[in-house]
Each structure stands twice: as C-alpha cells, then as structure tokens.
Design a binder for this molecule. Structure first.
Ligand code: 5AD
Ligand code: SF4
Length: 460
C-alpha cells in the first residue's frame, strides 16, 4: 500500500541530502513524497539548529501541522505520524517530546537508517494511545551510511553526495559539534560507488558535502588515508561525471594538494566557499578559529594562482561577543580586499551550550542589525558587480530545471551563479512543453543580462 510522505527541509545542504536519503529509506515501505502536508500519513520536519530563528520556526510549524492532523482525523479518520528529525531534534529532542505532545517521533541526524524500526514502534504504541513517544538521538557506533539502501531515483542532473560529517573544531559560536557529532569521513570506495550509481541515474554534477569537507580523510580498501584532493582525483575518473564541487571548507584544512587540484583537475569547478566569519584577528581568536586573516589572504592568493578565475564565497558573523566598531571595520576591509563572487552574512545568535553564548560582552541587537545592513550592502554590491562582469561571456551551463517562465530553464554557471536561459531556440519547432527534455544537458550560454542574484542567458 502506498502512503504519503511529506518532508520539510530546513537549513543547510547536508539536510537536503539527508532528506533525500530518508526518502530512500522509506521508499521500500511504500512511502511516496507529497508536497502537501495535509495529505500526508507521515510528516517529517528535518530541522536546523544553527541560529535561533531557524530553530524557532520548527515550533510554529509543529503547531500548523497539528491543526492539519486534527482536520484529517475529523474528515476521514486518517491518522498522521509527526516526526521531528535533524539538528533541533538532536539538540532539544527531550524538550520537544515534553512540550509537543502531538509529536510521535524524534530522531537525530545519525539515526535515520533506523526509521523503519522506529515506525514499527510508533505503530505498536499507537494501538494503545493517540500519539507515540519514540525517540532515537544516539550517535550509534554503526555508520548510517552502511545501512542506507541504494538510491533508485535522483532529483535532477546535479546531486549532493555526503562524504564527511561532524566537526571537532569547536568554534565558540557553533552548535554543529554537538548536533552532528565528531568528525567522520566515509570510506573512499563507498563514495565512489554512490557516485557511480548517481551517474547511472543521470547525474552529471556532484557537490561533495561535509560540515568540514576539506578535513576529509577517508580510508581506502588498500588501507591508505585519502585526502579530499585525492578523493576528487579518483571521482574525476568516473566516466560521465562531468563536474565536481565541494562545500563547506575550513581555512585550516586548505592543504596544498587541494589548492593544486583547483589548477589541475578540469572537472573541479572554479568556485570555493571558504568561510572566514570575521576580518578581525581578535574576533577570530575569540571564535577559536585558530587562524589569522594573513593565513586566509595567503590561501586566497595561492588559490588564485592555481585557478585565476576562481570565484570565492564566505560566511560572516556580525556582532560576535566583544566585536567593537574597529573589529567590524576590519571585516568590511577584508570583504573589500578579497572581492567575493557571493557571500552570506548573519547576526550572531547565541546558541545554548556554546561558549560564546555565555560571554559577558554580548553586542546590542540594534548594533548587530546596523552592522549586518552595512555588510550586506557591500556584499550585494560586490555580487552585482561580479555578475555584471559576466555579461557578454559565453559559459558552459548545466540545464538543471524549469525556470519560472515556460521556455526557460535554470542552471548554474561554473562559478555557481544562477542562470536563467531562454531555450526556445533549441526546440526546433517542437512544442514548448518539450523544453524540459533538455534538462540534464550542458549548453553553451551567452550571458545577456545580470541581476544582483542571477544571470540571464541565451543558448548559442
Ligand atoms: N550565529 C550566527 N551565525 C552562525 N553561524 C554558525 N553559528 C552561528 C551563530 N551562532 C553561521 C556561520 C556558519 C554558517 C553556516 O552559519 O557563518 O559558517
Ligand atoms: Fe543546521 Fe548546521 Fe545542522 Fe546543517 S549542520 S542542519 S546548518 S545546524
């Protein structure tokens, strides 16, 4: 019997990957995805704990889902199982269970291979009462990756592939070491097999994922420890896999072989997300980042030597405890100096259990807001300038998905810019609806226009 599954994904790309894998785990049980939670037998909220706002959203969503569940029961007596997964579940699982009686199941990011067992327990408990109380937020000794079924479907020609998880660096602002656990690298051959299967299913571009992806140090069957650069070189040999990206990196793990790979491996795309968080050495130290701005500048110089057209991106936090006006100006100067293709910036959000949250020098919300606005103005301006410089160039773009308008497709430039393309020419008089059959192909695209967040182009 098929049952409907609704999963909402919050936060980062790792969660997008996990959502896909939870879908794979549930498919053999007869679960099919739906976009409508009201229609679902099983609702999973795959949550993010990184900032307070993301975490709060989960609680309001649980409230909305509860009303849908009640309506379903009223309408036709159909039940709905409500599960909270991901990083909020990991961090606040017991509290969710206590505060939200409607939640049947809580599971962490490392236990979703056990979903079938958990669902059995839920069904068992539901024979006796309205909501179940099943919780599994272990960090199991077995790896979930050894227990996931083969993927049978892909969601497009570009796919995420998780290679590393967790973090041992303990930046003082960050919950990831607590929610995702200790650093772990998947074995090399397991990753190669997954990549080959994805290619068989039509994938031509993979983004290797890890919270600290460049700390990757997987073992191979031959017993060697393999670096991220070596892993990329091995994946580069897979026929049909045309493009490789990786995210998110830490400056401390930016080894020479990885920098060199950017100049040597053609399938490795000229884009790197390398967060520095702040341009002030004092703040970097208080954040426990364990590197200086000089070290970062040095890495960037060497990257640009290896791959002169590389596009750089970063994350920034403003208003970290103790951040003075001068510290903030240092961040503005750094952004001004590096010239990013894109960047993300956030107000510091104190997270329970992290060292920075109890520092006495918390910055006023109004000051944070003002700094964020100034930094975002600068970043937006840089991003727009970067996009404008692409106009007139011809780029090879992967046609990934339908764009907003009929006859248009969307994809990404080698530099990670979103590109919206007019593909009507390529149709040769075929009906317009057929334009989606082009998805999965690469096209030479002339960039004809630029906005702050995307490019427009025409096929040549
Ligand atoms: N407050 C604000 N931003 C944060 N990030 C991580 N933790 C916090 C926090 N407590 C940001 C960092 C990180 C990105 C994923 O989220 O910039 O790189
Ligand atoms: Fe959110 Fe970080 Fe967890 Fe990703 S790893 S889901 S960004 S808390």
């Amino acid at each position: 019997m098929t049952q409907k599954l609704y999963i909402k994904t919050y936060g980062c790309q790792m969660n997008v990957y996990d959502t896909k894998r939870m879908t794979d785990v549930l498919a053999p049980l007869g679960f099919e995805r739906t976009e409508d939670p009201a229609d679902a037998h099983l609702v999973i909220l795959n949550t993010c704990h990184i900032r307070e706002k993301a975490a709060e959203k989960v609680y309001s969503d649980i409230g909305r889902i509860r009303l849908m569940k009640e309506k379903r029961l009223e309408n036709n007596g159909d039940d709905m199982v409500i599960a909270v997964a991901g990083c909020v579940a990991q961090a606040e699982g017991a509290e969710i269970m206590r505060r939200q009686p409607v939640v049947d199941m809580v599971l962490g990011p490392q236990t979703y291979h056990r979903l079938p067992d958990m669902l059995e327990k839920v069904a068992e408990q539901k024979k006796e009462r309205r909501t179940a109380r099943v919780m599994d937020t272990d960090f199991p000794t077995e790896s979930k990756f050894d227990h996931l079924p083969e993927e049978k479907v892909v969601e497009g020609p570009a796919s995420f592939l998780s290679v590393q998880e967790g973090c041992d660096k303990f930046c003082t602002f960050c919950v990831v070491p607590y929610t995702r656990g200790a650093e772990f690298s998947r074995p090399v051959e397991q990753i190669e097999e997954e990549a080959r299967r994805l290619v068989e299913l039509g994938v031509v571009e993979v983004t290797l994922l890890g919270q600290n992806v460049n700390a990757y140090h997987g073992t191979s069957k031959a017993g060697n420890t393999v670096s991220l650069a070596e892993l990329i070189a091995r994946l580069d040999k897979i026929e049909g896999l045309e493009r490789i990206r990786y995210t998110t990196s830490h400056p401390r793990d930016m080894q020479d072989d990885l920098i060199d790979a950017h100049g040597e491996i053609a399938s490795l795309m000229p884009y790197l997300h390398l967060p520095i968080q702040s341009g002030s050495n004092a703040i970097l130290e208080a954040m426990n980042r364990k590197h200086t701005t000089d070290r970062y500048y040095d890495i960037i110089e060497r990257l640009r030597k290896a791959r002169p057209d590389i596009s750089l991106s970063s994350d920034f936090i403003v208003g970290f405890p103790g951040e003075t006006d001068a510290d903030f100006e240092d961040t503005m100067t750094l952004v001004d100096t590096v010239k990013y293709g894109s960047a993300y910036s956030f107000k510091y959000s104190p997270r329970p259990g992290t060292p920075a949250s109890v520092m006495e020098t918390q910055v006023d919300e109004a000051v944070k807001a003002e700094r964020l606005a100034r930094l975002q103005d600068l970043i937006n301006q840089q991003q727009f300038d970067y996009n404008k410089a692409a106009v007139g160039q011809t780029m090879r773009v992967l046609l990934e998905r339908p764009s907003r308008d009929v006859g248009f497709l969307a994809g990404r430039s080698p530099y990670m810019q979103a590109v919206h393309m007019d593909v009507r020419k390529m149709l040769d008089g075929k009906p317009e609806e057929e334009y989606t059959s082009l998805i999965g192909q690469f096209a030479e695209v002339k960039i004809t226009g630029a906005g702050p967040n995307s490019l427009q182009g025409e096929l040549v």
